[in-house]
Design a protein around this ligand. Structure first.
Ligand SMILES: Cc1cc2nc3c(=O)[nH]c(=O)nc-3n(C[C@H](O)[C@H](O)[C@H](O)COP(=O)(O)OP(=O)(O)OC[C@H]3O[C@@H](n4cnc5c(N)ncnc54)[C@H](O)[C@@H]3O)c2cc1C
Length: 454
């Protein structure tokens, strides 16, 4: 059968570029098909945890990003309420972890990665303006794609076409998608964050506000807004002024006000999309094409970079003309990815609920989690290891979650809740119990499906 390449990658964003670099071995011919000619107009992620940074460093992509102005991010600072001191969670407390992540404007990030991938010519070729509209099959097997310029054939097709993946739909893969909220993003020009170098999470508004460095002096604010609110720019700005600004540190508030006055905000939808499979004979999904979580935990790109590492490891040394070898490699990738991702998905979901604190149960857990973080360096390190993707075992997530729930329960019993009456305490305890059962159920499902790594 005629092949145009050994491997076709659909999508030339973060995942597509990192995957091309990971697979380029100086032998295989790789073609990346990117639908757009110019930059992606949609606001996308910017903060990459140390585990993702390690993958970029291994591909020689960290130094160019740093040279292009990426900021080092040293960890997180949680501010539970205005005027309360920040709880600081540094990456350096995680044993064995690189002590920093990075923050950089997403479009700038993709530009730098594309430039790096361009250097891999002639083994890697990026074709822009090539939108994939269909997959070509030989019976059950994917053998190529239909793109803008016509059919293109390869023994392996890897779809990095983002969370609304066309390829995922074409392959008939099931997904569970839910619109959670919206992000309003604004540049905080020349902003001194209260804890320099840290990503801040300000709580108290309808949803959390994230503020993190993206350059030497600039930072970004990401404000979580209700899914059902009016999305006109004026309405969003008015809502942010009233419902979110009071919860921010003065320096962040001042910079954000300037952006709001200039009407400079971008809106992006926040989805939770889950899949249970990401491979079919001859093809696999990588990065957001496999699904995504609320961006609060900033794990999308770290997961995507880990995916690219796993695919490259699985396909290393595989004879691509052997369908059996290719399918076995893709099956290995599928198993390893979901083992890594499941704990992250549950954590993202749980933390978003807790940081929004919509009911007595989640508000009690929020109290508990801050107490837990203040209790010891070990507690902070374990939480940060989970958050940053350094630790991905479901039992580790469960241990941490249950410890926080126990701590929250003891606070409730001691009356450290919004409503310390007997009825208030009971509501908190019932909420705590309900949330624990829900998360335990999700973790048990993951374990039943074989995503247990001890
Ligand atoms: C508001 C918001 C904030 C976020 N914040 C963070 C954060 O701080 N940290 C973090 O880690 N993650 C964050 N994320 C998630 C992060 O943006 C994604 O995980 C990341 O962009 C995934 O990269 P990707 O390459 O898989 O997909 P994408 O970035 O979506 O790239 C897909 C590429 O495929 C191309 N494409 C699409 N369809 C086709 C087609 N049919 N043919 C050819 N090409 C196609 C697109 O043009 C695009 O270039 C955030 C997401 C949102 C929405």
């Amino acid at each position: 059968m005629k092949h145009d390449a050994d491997i076709l990658i659909v999508g030339g964003g973060l995942s597509g570029c990192a995957l091309a670099a990971a697979l380029a071995d100086g032998r295989r011919k790789i073609i990346v098909l990117e639908a757009r000619q110019g930059k992606n107009p949609r606001f996308n992620g910017e903060l990459i945890h140390p585990t993702g940074v390690d993958v970029l460093a291994a591909r020689g992509m960290l130094a160019p990003l740093e040279a292009a102005g990426a900021a080092q991010v040293l960890g997180f600072a949680g501010v539970p309420a205005p005027g309360k001191p920040a709880t600081v969670l540094p990456y350096r407390e995680i044993p064995g972890s690189t002590p920093f992540g990075i923050g950089i404007d997403h479009r700038h990030l993709v530009d730098v990665l594309r430039r790096e991938v361009d250097k891999l010519k002639p083994f890697v070729e990026v074709r822009t303006g090539e939108r994939v509209t269909d997959v070509i099959r030989d019976q059950e097997r994917v053998i190529g794609v239909q793109a803008t310029s016509g059919p293109i054939y390869a023994p392996v097709v890897l779809a990095c076409d983002g969370r609304h993946s066309k390829v995922r739909t074409l392959l008939g893969m099931e997904e569970h998608a839910k619109l959670l909220s919206f992000t309003a993003a604004a540049l905080l020009a020349d902003c001194k964050l209260p804890q320099p170098g840290f990503g801040h999470i300000f709580l108290g508004g309808w949803g959390p506000v994230l503020a993190y460095p993206i350059g030497k002096t600039d930072a970004r604010a990401c404000i979580d807004l209700p899914a059902d609110m009016d999305r006109g720019t004026d309405a969003v700005i008015a809502r942010v002024r009233v419902d979110y600004l009071p919860y921010l540190a003065p320096s962040v508030r001042a910079s954000l006000l300037l952006a709001l006055d200039a009407g400079e905000i971008e809106l992006a939808a926040n989805y939770a999309i889950y899949t249970d499979e990401c491979t079919v004979p001859g093809a696999a999904l990588v990065g957001d094409a496999c699904g995504c979580s609320h961006p609060l935990t900033a794990t999308g790109m770290t997961i995507a970079l880990n995916d690219t590492r796993l695919v490259a490891e699985a396909l290393a040394g595989v004879e691509l003309s052997s369908r059996t070898q290719v399918d076995a490699a893709l099956a290995r990738y599928q198993t390893d990815r979901y083992r890594y991702v499941r704990a992250r998905e549950i954590l993202a979901d749980a933390l978003y609920e807790v940081f929004r604190g919509v009911d007595d149960g989640t508000r009690a857990i929020r109290e508990g989690i801050f107490q837990y973080w203040e209790s010891s360096e070990g507690a902070r390190a374990r939480s940060m290891a989970l958050l940053s993707g350094h630790e991905s075992r479901l039992p580790a997530f469960l241990r941490e979650y249950l410890t926080v729930v126990l701590m929250s329960t003891s606070s409730v019993l001691r009356g450290q809740v919004n409503d310390p009456t007997l009825a208030g305490k009971l509501r908190s305890l019932v909420g705590l119990g309900r949330k624990s059962i829900e998360k335990l159920g999700l973790a048990a499902k993951g374990i039943r499906e074989g995503n247990l790594r001890v």
